[in-house]
Write a protein that binds this ligand. Sequence first.
Ligand code: SOE
Length: 383
Amino acid sequence: MPKPLNLAVIGYGFMGRAHSNAFRQVHRFFDTEHRFHPKVICGRNAGNARAFAGRWGYEDVETDWREVLARKDIDVVDICTPNDSHREIAVAAAEAGKMVLCEKPIARDAAEGEEMLAAVEKAGVPNLIWYNYRFLPAVTLAKEIVDRGDLGRVFHYRANFLQDWTIAEDLPQGGTALWRLDVKAAGSGVTGDLLAHCIDTARWINGEVSEVSAMTETFVKERVHQESGKVEPVGIDDACAFLARFANGSLAIFESTRYARGHKALKTFEINGEHKSLAWDLHDLNRLSYFDHGVPGETRGWSSIHVTDGDHPYLGHWWVPGLGLGYEHSFIHGAYEFLRALDDPASARRFPDFRDALRTQYVCDAVLASARSGAWEKVRNVQ
Ligand code: SOE
């Protein structure tokens, strides 16, 4: 029996589009009892919201998220607004008894995340944070290989997320499209925006991070703020690199920057174990590099698995073998795992809920604390 879930999406920017596409596409390729029914799009500009509703098939438009939460006909709220509004909307949505989906990171810092977790757990409402890269087939395959124990003891994990879009000194900060540069709206720079993705993937594949030692840099110290029109200090980290120890004893190095000229979204990871190594790169997202020391020396070497076959994660639902998937499929698969968990919690792959995302936020907070203190910082546990 189909179980429709009336859905309201708050925010119609980049993530409003990525999520809306997932809510539509998931039912064309995956069978679930629970089904998203896109009901309301909410955004401050009524004209833009109406145009968005027409394109993506929402029935109604609201311009105030409080009106959305007051509606009895809404079951699920998806938060696609800048980080400084996540806490307020998520807490109110949970108190109104709605299921809550929210774009990453959970919030600007762990204190806000703790309030959000307490609210969804008190209300007993299902919840998810969109750490989407977990759900790319090659990344999920890496997780499955590691979970089988094939790597043996893990020694090293290394990850990058490199971009180059903020190098220009005359780029303003704040406001639409540029809120990621405004520390009041974002909470941090690359640590919360990009490294949080790397940390989520790492924790999923290699377990918990126990301590970190970090450095950050803000290369452009002042930028015009789009809202005030004044030159204001830049409070975000433009670049961050950190060393980490995992609870399993492995050592890690993470790097992220928006100043790596030539790199647009180079998210990578490599994991080195006693018997095998794995490596992945977002620019070639359908491939998983695989090294097996068990192969006889003559033919031993790195191989490249084209993760597009029917028995690879999620691929049986898509095209014929050999045809690749893209960035948008990570959100479609995330939506599927959320619905699958509602249908039958035992069958779903673990997806990042608020509890899980708060753990990632604790790592981000420890990274920023270490950059300030110059010392190793322990990572807190979720109580
Ligand atoms: C920043 O440029 C950004 O859009 C992040 O906010 C996303 O989370 C990441 O997936 C791609 O880069």
